[in-house]
Design a protein around this ligand. Structure first.
Ligand SMILES: Cc1cc2nc3c(=O)[nH]c(=O)nc-3n(C[C@H](O)[C@H](O)[C@H](O)COP(=O)(O)O)c2cc1C
Length: 458
């Protein structure tokens, strides 16, 4: 394969398929970069991908030096979409800086957080775009091998990825001496067995190595000592899905979309009590109001907005006072929440905040890898203490113990799971303290969800 042949394939396809146009059915607030091919091309057709400028990004990247590629990503100010928002260009620069014959690129498609389903749709809808992004990342850091770690519960994503890899190999887009250069790259799929912790980058590497998914100490960071102890970059599906468009259109173009510190677009998954649910892609900086009342079409029949949970079991809760808040990496942190990887769950008057965060804590306790004591023991104890609150068995003194233990778990846990597990408690205490008082002091629950009398009832 080379650039001339790639252009010829595109030309032939478009001539033979004159009706092939990007059939767009998107909300006016949306801007699609990651989802540009979503429900537009047949995800199982490499020809349709090529016809829509597919593999032009890697073709262009190969005319640049690895440093120039990384520079373009740096200029774009792309930040990782896996939840932490780490600058992608900087991560790649670190990995390029470490000498090794073997380096690795990992695409993190574990997506285990409740209420998130963006990555699944991105992969199912446009698998070639992720393969192309991984190739560009591999070229930029000097890696010739990539792994896509997909959760086994996403069989369609995995099978479409495998077909995309096979088709790209057949057309000699993947493999040896790509586009007649010295660059060679291969990709393998690894299936995860449904453990949330295996989305954490170091546990994920353990899992690929065939070991139990336990987090590693950091430092050393994966860019230095990663998979099989070699320099490795791990990026989220959506991060990688931005890469080819950035290379094609330039980092400057991307940096002008979104907000100053959170550039580009973000794919969100919306669920809960809004009329519309599903995924959408908007420039960073959309307000919570627009998410609920424009994209979400308003609250469901009979529902009144009460709260928005962002960042799932590692995040926080926003209230009606925050409807004008913009959603990006930094603004939500200021409010004690996080954007996380982009899951937004909308709650109404029938949802109990304490009951919801109790379920988040149950999830964290069950998903803790058990390697470090604060997370293994602390999340279970916190769950039991929250459970007691929902059963009317707690005192204000217990609430103080919960706060104390939450601080301890978040500051002493080994990895992000334990460090962030108490976050919903802190956030609920800030914004819904009255519900704690209802449950603890008055032994009532406004919503009737908990096993205690309804506030204002008999
Ligand atoms: C418990 C836990 C689960 C995680 N799960 C995921 C995941 O499913 N997908 C993901 O991309 N990142 C996940 N992360 C974040 C990764 O550790 C890592 O930061 C991310 O893959 C880096 O990619 P990015 O720089 O593109 O965001 C998780 C982190 C923790 C602590």
């Amino acid at each position: 394969m080379n650039q001339i042949l790639l252009n010829q394939i595109k030309k032939d396809f478009l001539e033979n398929n004159p009706k092939f146009v990007a059939a767009k059915n998107v909300h006016p607030l949306e801007q699609r970069i990651v989802l540009k091919n979503y429900q537009v091309i047949d995800p199982e057709s490499i020809l349709e991908y090529i016809a829509n400028d597919g593999y032009q990004g890697i073709s262009k990247a190969l005319t640049m030096s690895p440093k120039e590629v990384i520079n373009e990503i740096t200029i774009s100010k792309l930040r990782g979409r896996g939840g932490v928002g780490f600058p992608t260009g900087l991560k790649w620069k670190f990995a390029l800086g470490y000498e090794s014959d073997d380096k690795y690129v990992i695409c993190n498609a574990d997506e285990g957080e409740p209420g998130t389903f963006m990555d699944r749709h991105i992969l199912e809808g446009d698998p070639h775009n992720n393969i192309e992004g991984m190739m560009i990342a591999g070229y930029a850091i000097g890696a010739s091998k990539g792994y896509i770690y997909v959760r086994a519960e996403y069989p369609l994503a995995a099978s479409r990825l495998q077909k995309a890899i096979d088709d790209a190999l057949e057309l000699k887009i993947l493999g040896d001496n790509i586009f007649d250069t010295d660059f060679s790259f291969n990709i393998e799929i690894r299936l995860g067995a449904g453990a949330f912790i295996c989305g954490e980058e170091t546990a994920l590497m353990e899992s690929i190595e065939g070991k139990r998914g336990l987090s590693r100490n950091k430092p050393p960071f994966p860019a230095q000592i990663g998979l099989f102890a070699q320099p490795t970059i791990i990026n989220n599906v959506e991060t990688i899905a931005n890469v080819s468009s950035i290379i094609l259109n330039g980092g400057e173009w991307y940096s002008k979309i979104g907000t100053e510190k959170s550039t580009g677009t973000k794919v969100f998954s919306l669920s809960g009590k809004t009329k519309n649910k599903g995924i959408f892609e908007v420039p960073m900086g959309i307000t919570l109001y627009d998410v609920i009342y424009k994209i979400g079409g308003g609250m469901s029949e009979g529902s009144t907005f009460k709260a928005a949970f962002t960042g799932g079991p590692s995040g926080g809760v926003l209230t009606k006072d925050h409807l004008d808040t913009i959603i990006d990496f930094d603004s939500l942190v200021e409010l004690g929440s996080i954007m996380g990887s982009g899951g937004i769950i909308i709650a109404d008057q029938n949802d109990c905040i304490i009951d919801t965060i109790k379920h988040f804590m149950k999830f964290n306790a069950e998903e803790s890898c058990g390697k470090c004591t604060p997370c293994r023991e602390g999340t279970t104890i916190l769950y039991n203490m929250l459970d007691d609150i929902t059963k009317g068995k707690s005192s204000l003194e217990d609430l103080e113990k919960i706060k104390h233990l939450s601080k301890m778990v978040s500051t002493t846990s080994l990895c992000g799971l334990g460090q962030a597990a108490p976050a919903p408690i802190f956030s609920a205490l800030t914004h819904f303290y009255d519900e704690f008082i209802d449950h603890i002091e008055h032994k009532t629950c406004k919503t009737g969800v908990c096993s205690m009398p309804v506030k204002g009832g008999e």
